[in-house]
Design a protein around this ligand. Structure first.
Ligand code: ATR
Length: 260
């Protein structure tokens, strides 16, 4: 989607994948410095491991100690975390109002942390967190309290976590066909969000759709984290539709081949 956007805007740049090991991280930054690379994304399992090698961090990246986007600046490499802000932008594009809503975060891993912190920064103030491993849910609750002491946040078992907006940040449903929350929680909510984008319709989303409960998958989160990165690298407004079409083509092309 980035190369498609560069081409559309006539920017002389490409976006390329590099497969690296943890030991190569510092060398990679040196190589990028001398070859004029303007910025890059970094993904699992290096989002946290890259932090010590960067010169600056955005506020969100500082809070999360996690980075997915790096930008060359006059003062060195600056790390950002655009997963959460991209997620918030995807909700706003879908006209999902987060203010004065009780939000259930299912999961407490890296994705949950990005999503919850950005929601809190955007003004959400009433959270319930459920996670299989309760200690991690408690740690996320503490992080949200540090973002803003006014936030109401409760760690709850699955049977006691009813909310207006349910957000699945776990991998449950990605390849196992399972649903991360019981039916009562789904049917009692007003909006379901699954950050999984492949399959496009998880069991969670299907159950919501069958009861006409508004629901979205994670494709737009992926799109908007990329749009935010593009805008950080180029200082230019990203061409949304070009990027969305390119993304849909690459994310779902393998699946359609399988179907054929
Ligand atoms: P990510 O960066 O994608 O968030 P992660 O940090 O490994 O990945 O977090 C994965 C999340 O999915 C965690 O909340 C994990 O729960 P635990 O903290 O208990 O491990 C959750 N998860 C993964 N598989 C799960 C399963 N089968 N049932 C319930 N939760 C699961």
């Amino acid at each position: 989607m980035h190369t498609a956007a560069f081409q559309k805007l006539g920017i002389n740049a490409v976006y390329l994948p590099f497969l690296i090991t943890e030991e190569q991280l510092p060398q990679l930054l040196n190589a990028f410095s001398i070859t004029g690379v303007q910025g890059f994304n970094i993904t699992l399992p290096f989002k946290e491991k890259i932090v010590p090698f960067l010169d600056l961090l955005s506020n969100e990246a500082e809070m999360l100690q996690s980075v997915n986007t790096v930008v060359r600046t006059d003062s060195g490499w600056k790390g950002y975390s655009t997963d959460g802000s991209g997620f918030v932008r995807s909700l706003s594009a879908a006209k999902i109002d987060i203010l004065s809503k009780k939000i259930l975060i299912v999961g407490a891993g890296g994705a949950a942390r990005s999503v919850a912190v950005s929601l809190a920064i955007a003004g959400a103030s009433d959270f319930v967190i459920y996670n299989r491993t309760e200690s991690k849910a408690e740690a996320l609750s503490g992080l949200l309290q540090r973002v803003s002491p006014e936030i109401s946040v409760r760690v709850a078992p699955l049977e006691d976590c009813a909310a207006d907006i349910v957000i699945n940040t776990t991998s449950v449903g990605m390849s196992d066909g399972k649903c991360p929350v019981p039916d009562e929680i789904i049917f009692g909510s007003k909006q379901i969000v699954d950050i999984i984008y492949n399959p496009a319709v998880t069991t969670l989303l299907k159950k919501a759709a069958d009861k006409s409960i508004p629901n979205i998958n994670g494709l737009d989160m992926l799109l908007y984290q990329g749009i935010e990165a593009f805008e950080l690298w180029t200082g230019t407004q990203a061409p949304l539709e070009i990027m969305r079409n390119s993304l849909i083509g690459s994310v779902y092309s393998d699946t359609s081949k399988d179907r054929d």
